[in-house]
Design a binder for this molecule. Structure first.
Ligand code: 3QA
Length: 227
């Protein structure tokens, strides 16, 4: 079974619309839609926003629904200036930008017995590259930084760029990555840019959430067909 997570309805809806034989369960306030896509068993989860919600969802997908791998699909703020609204990026590594125990000499983002950067699954990343090439869509890759903050500030954005060398920012990816790493489940994070995490971010996000979420959902579904 393939687990798919989206944090907002706009992120899950275009995927849910394509699932067949859907059976929905509500656990811990989240919705889990078991269904079929391209003859593959999938469970699509709507996690709600933020690291805690995403972490619980990933754990439930693995432990209760027996997800063997997890794909996250959604939108992100661009940190790297080369990323424009609607562009796709998958994470090679993810980090929690709001973790700070530097008072004890640890690097930013680091948690003992857990680490800082989480590596995504090379095989899933390769499938994403193949599918993107087949469809003729541009697909970037890089570091995604995750924290419980909607970034809409140039200084904060530059701080994340400088400290984590991040290309994009969002609020769930590294939490899913952390859980999947703990459970030994391969994972993949795909995002389409909705804003540039700057002073216009709130405005751009509202305008482009739906269209960018759909761009990500479409590629994620094409990947499912290939798995
Ligand atoms: C934003 C969503 C959260 O799930 C993270 C979108 C896009 N641009 C970002 C940015 N900084 C951080 N993350 C992102 N997602 C949460 S606020 C939603 C407002 O609710 C990625 C993301 N610049 C609307 C209903 O009130």
């Amino acid at each position: 079974m393939i687990g798919i997570i989206g944090a907002m309805i706009e992120e899950t809806e275009p995927i849910l619309a394509k699932l067949e034989k859907v059976n929905t369960t509500r656990i811990g306030g989240n919705y889990y839609h078991e269904g079929i896509y391209a003859s593959k068993k999938v469970t699509l989860a709507y996690s709600r926003i933020g690291k805690v919600n995403a972490a619980v969802t990933a754990a439930i997908l693995i432990e209760r629904f027996k997800a063997e791998r997890i794909l996250f699909s959604g939108v992100a703020g661009a940190i790297n200036a080369n990323l424009k609204i609607g562009d796709l990026i998958y994470a090679t590594r993810l980090v929690q930008h709001d973790v700070d125990i530097t008072a004890f000499g640890h690097p930013l983002g680091f948690i003992p017995e857990t680490g800082d950067f989480f590596q995504t699954d090379p095989r899933l990343n390769e499938i994403a590259e193949i599918v993107a090439k087949e469809r003729g869509v541009k697909l970037g890759k890089g570091v995604i930084a995750t924290g419980d903050q909607f970034i809409a500030d140039q200084a904060k954005k530059e701080w994340i760029a400088k400290n984590y060398n991040a290309d994009a920012v969002e609020m769930e990816g590294a939490a899913v990555a952390c859980v999947c790493a703990s459970f030994g489940a391969p994972f993949f994070v795909l995002r389409s840019i909705s804003d540039a995490a700057d002073m216009d971010a709130g405005f751009n996000f509202d305008e482009f959430l739906k269209s960018s979420a759909k761009i990500s959902a479409d590629l994620a579904l094409d990947m499912v067909a290939k798995l």
